[in-house]
Design a protein around this ligand. Structure first.
Ligand SMILES: C[S@@+](CC[C@H](N)C(=O)[O-])C[C@H]1O[C@@H](n2cnc3c(N)ncnc32)[C@H](O)[C@@H]1O
Length: 265
């Protein structure tokens, strides 16, 4: 699968936090559906800059909360939330294998689209849940693409950008499964599954806000793959201005997301 790991260190917490409010909403809507009341051990996988992880410590005040991320920059940014209850650690989700029955809650918000082989990973995480525990994750739906894939396939980019689509772009290039596949996979792992999809219609302020949104996430595999990223970035800006026109009130960005909350009774 053409999945880029090289760019992992280039996550920029400042850029990511530019749309903190819009990005927080799916997290809160995901966590609101977690039925686990008492928890002693909680993990937030792909925790990013830690602001969302801190809310997990408030939701489960008696739990030790661990934020994991593969980006040293994100972990460094998250450290400011560190407390006796809340710790952060550099770790790659694709190899993270918590001990059987050792966790009450695993949250992965907007991170699993960067991680391959959910068919192997998720049953292993399900086995790490204690009775009453919950695995909750949210991902952009597979195949979601604001238009980057077509630009990357233009003849002057195609050679250098081959394999750079992971999070947005062709469905076949995404590690994200369909909702039905997650329901089957996690039911087979002994969990009760609640899955749903929602399209957010974010209204973004400022100039080129859709470009600025994805510069911090979905465009990174493309930008990281190029020495002269600015020329590609400018083509993307022009395309996105046409696709997502600025209106008097702002720019509408439709964003379809898949939610899965799987509970061990
Ligand atoms: C879109 S951000 C989401 C951050 C946070 N969960 C939130 O809701 O704001 C995706 C995060 O996943 C992390 N990530 C990507 N691949 C990862 C991997 N293989 N293991 C752990 N973290 C990963 C990135 O470093 C980034 O911080």
């Amino acid at each position: 699968m053409p999945f880029m790991m090289e760019g992992m260190a280039s996550w920029d917490p400042g850029q990511y936090n530019r749309f903190a409010e819009e990005r927080a909403r799916p997290f809160h809507e995901l966590v609101a559906r977690i039925p686990t009341t008492a928890a002693v051990a909680v993990a937030d996988v792909g925790c990013g800059p830690g602001n969302m992880t801190a809310t997990l410590a408030e939701r489960w005040p008696d739990a030790a909360v661990l934020g994991l991320d593969s980006s040293p920059d994100m972990i460094a940014a998250a450290e400011r939330f560190k407390s006796p209850q809340l710790r952060f650690q550099l770790a790659d989700a694709s190899t993270w294998r918590p001990q059987r029955g050792s966790l009450d809650v695993i949250v992965a918000n907007a991170s699993l689209q960067w991680v391959d082989d959910h068919e192997t990973l998720l049953p292993a995480w399900a086995a790490a849940l204690d009775d009453g525990g919950t695995l909750a994750f949210q991902v952009p739906i597979a195949g979601y693409d604001p238009g980057f894939a077509a630009i990357a396939q233009r003849p002057h980019w195609a050679e250098r950008l081959r394999g750079a689509a992971a999070v947005t772009g062709p469905r076949s290039a995404s590690p994200v499964l369909d909702a039905e596949e997650y329901v089957r996979l996690l039911s087979a792992a002994g969990l009760t599954v609640d899955a749903w999809q929602t399209t957010y219609y974010h209204v973004l302020p400022g100039d080129d806000p859709v470009f600025e949104w994805f510069k911090g996430t979905g465009l990174r595999p493309y930008l990281d793959a190029l020495d002269d990223a600015e020329a590609f970035a400018e083509e993307v800006r022009v395309e996105l201005r046409a696709r997502f026109p600025r209106e008097p009130f702002g720019t509408i960005l439709p964003f379809p997301r898949l939610f899965v909350v799987a509970h061990r009774a």
